[in-house]
Design a protein around this ligand. Structure first.
Ligand code: COA
Length: 181
C-alpha cells in the first residue's frame, strides 16, 4: 500500500536510509539523520510535496519524496525526487510504484519537471530512473568528497507533463491521501 508518510514511519525510514549515509557515496550526508530528524523532515516535506511510503505487511518497503529543485521563484514548477527501497524489497516494483504515485500527485499539484541527482556510479538507480522515463542532462564532475574519494553526480530530468505558457501557480498537496494499492 502506498500512502503519505507520517512521523510514526520515521524509525523505519531512518533505518532504510542510514546505510547510504554511513557506508556509501550514494547519499552525500555523512551522519545519518536520527528518527527525530527524519520525522521532522517528513513533516516539513509533506507541507509542500508528497513524502510517500510503500507499506507491505506492516513494514516500510521503501519511500519516495519530492523537494524543491531550487528556491528561486522561476524554479517553482520543478522538483527534485528521491527514492530508497529496503534491500529485502528491491526488484519487485516497489520503486516504480512509489514514483508512479508520486508523479501523479505532483502533476495534480501543477508541477512540470522532476530532476534526480545520482551520485555515480549507481547502475541500479541510473537504470531505474531511465526505465521511468528520465534522461541524463549532465554530470557534475568530482563535485562531492566522501569516504576518501571525489564523486561525480549525474542529473536526470523527466517532463511530468507538457509545459503550459504561462503556467498556473503550483497548488498545495492534496490534504487527503489518494486511495491506491
Ligand atoms: C534504485 C532503486 C530505488 C530501485 O528500486 P526497486 O524497487 O528495486 O526498482 P523496481 O523493482 O521498481 O524496478 C523498476 C525498473 O527499474 C530498473 N531497475 C531497478 N533495479 C535495477 C537494477 N538493479 N539493475 C538494472 N535495472 C534496474 C528495471 O528496468 C526495473 O524494471 P523491471 O523490473 O521491469 O526490469 C533501488 O535499487 C534502491 O533503493 N537502491 C538503493 C538506494 C538508491 O540508490 N536510491 C537512489 C538514490 S539516487
Amino acid at each position: 500500500m502506498i500512502r503519505l508518510a507520517a512521523s510514526a514511519d520515521a524509525p523505519q525510514v531512518a533505518a532504510i536510509y542510514r546505510p547510504f549515509c554511513e557506508g556509501s557515496h550514494i547519499s552525500f550526508e555523512n551522519d545519518a539523520p536520527d528518527e527525530a530528524e527524519v520525522a521532522s523532515r517528513i513533516e516539513r516535506i509533506n507541507r509542500r510535496f508528497p513524502w510517500l511510503v510503500d507499506e507491505t505487511g506492516g513494514t516500510v518497503a521503501g519511500f519516495a519524496y519530492a523537494s524543491p529543485h531550487r528556491e528561486r521563484a522561476a524554479y517553482r514548477w520543478a522538483v527534485e525526487v528521491t527514492v530508497y527501497v529496503h534491500e529485502r524489497f528491491r526488484g519487485r516494483g516497489v520503486g516504480r510504484g512509489l514514483y508512479a504515485e508520486l508523479f501523479d500527485r505532483l502533476r495534480s499539484q501543477g508541477l512540470f519537471k522532476a530532476c534526480a541527482g545520482i551520485a555515480l556510479p549507481n547502475p541500479a538507480s541510473q537504470a531505474f530512473h531511465e526505465s521511468m522515463g528520465f534522461t541524463l542532462v549532465g554530470i557534475y564532475r568530482k563535485i562531492g568528497y566522501k569516504l576518501g574519494a571525489w564523486w561525480d553526480v549525474g542529473w536526470w530530468q523527466l517532463a511530468l507533463q507538457p509545459e503550459i505558457d504561462p503556467p498556473p501557480e503550483p497548488r498545495p498537496p492534496a490534504p487527503i491521501p489518494l486511495p491506491k494499492r
